[in-house]
Design a binder for this molecule. Sequence first.
Ligand SMILES: [Zn+2]
Ligand SMILES: [Zn+2]
Length: 157
Amino acid sequence: MLFSEPAYITHVQRFAQIPAPYHVVSMAKDYFPEEPFGCRCGCGLNRLDPKLRQILNEGRSILGAPIIIVSGSRCERYNAAIKGAKHSAHLIGPDDYTHAVDIQVYSDITRADLHRIFTILGIRRFEVSDLHIHVDNAAWLPTPLLKAVTFKIVPGD
Ligand SMILES: [Zn+2]
Ligand SMILES: [Zn+2]
């Protein structure tokens, strides 16, 4: 809805409709109009760092392929329920924003190339599981994180 208005609406007008805190980010295009970054428990927490949102948009633009947001902001309760890391970057950080997303990328790009792109764009921590790729820009967490976890070796694969 946010980005399906008639073309005569200027970029500035359109930008003014974006809910805070996204005002502070200037984006040529927003690929994530459905606001999928909120806590999945339904508590209403939706505090993704605007810079991270910008990185995702730039990454999406470079990839030319869909990025599915599996998990964004998390409240403490939900993070505990899904056994997230105790100091997860999905939680509200010292700057009052959350700094992590778990994504799925529908592209044949290699994980190495994906890592290169996101690192150039400012992602400090990158974690690969068999379900998703975690990217975060939490400046206060140990870095760099580059982990491949929980890969299942499939016989014959
Ligand atoms: Zn929640
Ligand atoms: Zn994550």
